[in-house]
Write a protein that binds this ligand. Structure first.
Ligand SMILES: [Zn+2]
Length: 306
C-alpha cells in the first residue's frame, strides 16, 4: 500500500480556455501541438523532467464537460514544477528519471462551452459533435490526431487519461471513484493504485478491467496496444471521479469540489508513483543499469519482450 504523504487541497473554478493557456504558458517547455477541429483553438503540451528518459503521458479534458480534470492535474503539475510537495524524494525521482508530457485540455472547444456543474453534457463533444474518446481508431478529428502524434512520437510506457462522470453511470456501481487499466497483466499495479486511493479517500474505488472490454476508439485502448521501448506492457489508465451536475431535480453532487480536487491530485500522485515503481521493477528484473546508457540512443531503442 502506498501512503500519500501529502494532504492535497484546493478549490475548483471554471476558467476560460484562454485563462488555462495563460497557466500553460507559465511552464518552461510548452509546445503547440496543432489546432482543434474548429480551427479557433490551439492545443498545447507541457514537458517536464528529463527529456532523455522514458516518457509518462497525461491527458485531460477530452470531454470538455469534465473540465475539473484539467484543473486538478494542472494544480498537481504546478506544484510539481514549483517544488511544493512535502515529499521531496518523489519529485526528485520523477523529474530526474522520467520525461513527463502533459496535454491539459484535449477538447478546448468543449471546455469553453461547459458550465460549472453542467447537467446536459454541453461541452462533451468537439465542434463536429464527435465524442473524441471514440475516435482513437479512426482519427477522423484534429484533436485526436494531434494527441496521436504525441503518443507516436514519445511512445510512453505509462499513460493516464483523466475523466469525470455523472452519478448513476453504468459501471460506477453507485461509487465515486474509478481506476481502469488496459490489460490483465498489469492488474496488480492497478490494484495497488486503486487500493491506495481507497485508503486515502476512505471510500471504495471501482476497478475497471481493460483486457477484453476496451472499445476501439478509446484513447486508452490505442495506448494499451502500442508498444514502448522500455517495458513489456504499456500502462494505460483511465481515472474517473463523480462530478457535480445541475439536474432538473436540483444539484447532484456526491462529492464536493474540494473532495474532487483532493482525490484527483491523489490519483495523479498514485499514477506517477506506481508507474515509476513498475519501471524500477523492470530495471531490477533485467539487472539493467540505466545510468550507464541513459544518454545513449540505444536506451530508447532497446525493446524488451515479456
Ligand atoms: Zn469523459
Amino acid at each position: 500500500m502506498i501512503r500519500i504523504p501529502y494532504d492535497f487541497s484546493g478549490n475548483l473554478n471554471l476558467p476560460s480556455y484562454s485563462q488555462m493557456v495563460q497557466r500553460i504558458m507559465q511552464f518552461n517547455n510548452v509546445s503547440n501541438i496543432g489546432k482543434d477541429e474548429s480551427g479557433n483553438y490551439d492545443m498545447y503540451m507541457i514537458e517536464m523532467g528529463n527529456f532523455n528518459k522514458p516518457t509518462i503521458l497525461v491527458i485531460s479534458s477530452m470531454h470538455g464537460t469534465e473540465w475539473m480534470g484539467a484543473l486538478y492535474s494542472m494544480r498537481f503539475m504546478e506544484q510539481l514544477r514549483d517544488n511544493m510537495f512535502r515529499d521531496k524524494a518523489f519529485r526528485a525521482k520523477l523529474l530526474r528519471n522520467f520525461h513527463i508530457v502533459y496535454i491539459p485540455v484535449v477538447n478546448p472547444y468543449g471546455f469553453d462551452r461547459t458550465s460549472h456543474a453542467e447537467g446536459n453534457n454541453i461541452g462533451r463533444y468537439n465542434v463536429n459533435g464527435v465524442d473524441l474518446n471514440r475516435d482513437f481508431s479512426n482519427f477522423s478529428q484534429a484533436e485526436s490526431r494531434n494527441v496521436k502524434a504525441v503518443m507516436d512520437r514519445f511512445r510512453p510506457f505509462a499513460f493516464l487519461d483523466i475523466h469525470l462522470f455523472g452519478s448513476g453511470m453504468d459501471g460506477s456501481n453507485g461509487l465515486n471513484l474509478i481506476v481502469g487499466n488496459g490489460q490483465y497483466e498489469t492488474d496488480k499495479i492497478r490494484n495497488l493504485f486503486a487500493d491506495s486511493l481507497e485508503r486515502y479517500a476512505n471510500q471504495s474505488v471501482v476497478k475497471w478491467d481493460g483486457f477484453n472490454q476496451l472499445l476501439r476508439g478509446l484513447a486508452r485502448r490505442y495506448m494499451r496496444d502500442k508498444s514502448n521501448p522500455h517495458t513489456p506492457y504499456t500502462l494505460s489508465y483511465i481515472t474517473e471521479i463523480v462530478r457535480p451536475r445541475q439536474l432538473s431535480g436540483g444539484l447532484d453532487a456526491p462529492l464536493s469540489d474540494q473532495e474532487i480536487m483532493k482525490y484527483g491530485m491523489a490519483m495523479m500522485y498514485l499514477f506517477f508513483e506506481t508507474s515509476m515503481g513498475y519501471f524500477e521493477q523492470r530495471k531490477v528484473e533485467l539487472n539493467y543499469d540505466p545510468v550507464l546508457i541513459a544518454e545513449n540512443e540505444l536506451y530508447r531503442t532497446v525493446r524488451y519482450k515479456a
